[in-house]
Design a protein around this ligand. Structure first.
Ligand SMILES: Nc1ncnc2c1ncn2[C@@H]1O[C@H](COP(=O)(O)OP(=O)(O)OP(=O)(O)O)[C@@H](O)[C@H]1O
Ligand SMILES: [Mg+2]
Length: 376
């Protein structure tokens, strides 16, 4: 089912939890709702579930306006952070429960519950009670219970947050598998950027109740619309270096060192010559440059840390710490001066005042115009 949020807002007294959200989620897709604590993720999910009424705006499921449709008539399945299983019921009874409420004959309910249990791989646990299950198994029960009525929309609110790291990884792959097997439009709330990047068809990133960007994982990572998006995604985080335009619109000069960086295309005419900019470079986009004539940024190495397959090099540019990911065999030692090259098209220029990405493409579409595309 296609989900359309049209100018959706939610106010609690003086808090605007969600502020004029406009998004269209395609039928059958897995969308992550991502953002820092308090940005409005759960509130958005509760509005979709019908547990909250938006203070303004329209919510469509397909062509149907659902603002006034009660939760039980919305054909949704929901999994909360704490799973909320019934402790005194067996796994089978837990999964059957939504069908029992609808007075589905017991034999059919049992059959459907067994099918769901098999889909989420817990067929062997049907006679146990929730207390006798691991966290991951309980979570599977909660998903089976949410799916048993064959909902048109599955809502998951941080379903992995109380699992350990390894189980979390396993369960997120499971959620992806189950979502693909059922084809149910799924909205997955998380504040973990890596989780969102790994399983989503699209990521909706929010901040303070406001829309930031709605794009596929690779696109949002490679083409962040603003500094917040760029900083929220990626670990170690993107490097940000203060700079200003250097004479023309094709070059910027780093404030700390005076080094000049050539841009792939000019920044917008709106930018004033002395306006403070931030050059954003991801750690994996810096490489060791031996050619003195090529452009790059130089610094003194503070520390070299091994992170699995690579080394993480932290160095100082002026007063600023910058991180680069380099191969293990690159011989770099603490205290050494190293020059790092930048790929010509793999950095961003953000305006310091509002964070807008000024290098979003040759046409220099502003983020405002860009977000209009998502508006229905
Ligand atoms: N029932 C409520 N009454 C008043 N304010 C609320 C209520 N529910 C949420 N808020 C406020 O609305 C904002 C958004 O809350 P929400 O729970 O949607 O955030 P979230 O993104 O899910 O955060 P988290 O990652 O911590 O779960 C917060 O500022 C929160 O304090
Ligand atoms: Mg929440």
């Amino acid at each position: 089912m296609k989900i359309i949020l049209k100018n959706i807002s939610m106010k609690f007294d003086d808090v605007i939890a969600v502020d004029k959200l406009n998004v269209t989620m395609e039928e059958g897709s897995l969308v992550s709702l991502l953002g820092p604590s308090g940005c409005g993720k759960s509130t958005t999910l509760f509005m979709l579930a019908g547990l909250y009424q938006p203070t303004s705006g329209q919510l469509f499921f397909g062509d149907q306006l659902v603002n006034n449709i009660p939760p039980e008539k919305r054909e949704i399945g929901m999994v909360f952070q704490n799973y909320a299983l019934y402790p005194h019921m067996t796994v089978l009874k837990n999964i059957m429960f939504p069908l029992k409420m609808e007075k589905v004959p017991k034999k059919i309910a049992m059959e459907k519950a067994r099918d769901m249990a098999s889909l989420v791989h817990i067929d062997h646990l049907l006679d146990r009670k929730p207390g006798q299950l691991s966290g991951g198994q309980q979570q599977r029960v909660a998903i089976a219970r949410a799916l048993v009525k064959k909902p048109k929309l599955l809502l998951l609110d941080e379903p992995l947050s109380n699992l350990d790291a390894r189980l979390r990884l396993e369960m997120r792959e499971e959620i992806k598998r189950i979502q693909q097997a059922t084809g149910i439009t799924t909205i997955f709330v998380t504040h973990d950027q890596e989780e969102a990047l790994s399983i989503s068809d699209k990521i909706l990133l929010m901040k303070n109740g406001r829309f930031q960007q709605f794009s596929g994982p690779q696109d949002i990572y490679d083409h962040p619309k603003n500094e917040f998006v760029a900083q929220f995604l990626g670990n170690p985080p993107i490097n940000l270096l203060p700079a200003t335009l250097s004479g023309d619109r094709y070059t910027v000069q780093l404030t700390e060192t005076g080094e000049v960086i050539q841009l792939p295309y000019p920044v917008s005419k709106e930018v004033k010559l002395n306006e403070l900019l931030l050059v954003g470079i991801r750690p994996e986009d810096l490489y060791i440059e031996v050619d003195e004539n090529k452009q790059g940024i130089g610094g003194k190495v503070l520390i070299v840390e091994r992170i699995g397959r690579d080394n993480l090099v932290s160095f100082l540019i002026g007063e600023r710490k910058v991180r680069a990911i380099v191969p293990l065999d690159a011989s770099i030692t603490q205290g050494q001066r190293v020059k790092f090259g930048l790929h010509p098209n793999r950095f961003h220029i953000f305006r310091e005042t509002d964070g807008e990405n000024l290098l979003t493409g040759k046409s220099l579409i502003t983020s405002h115009q860009h977000s209009e595309e998502e508006v229905v």
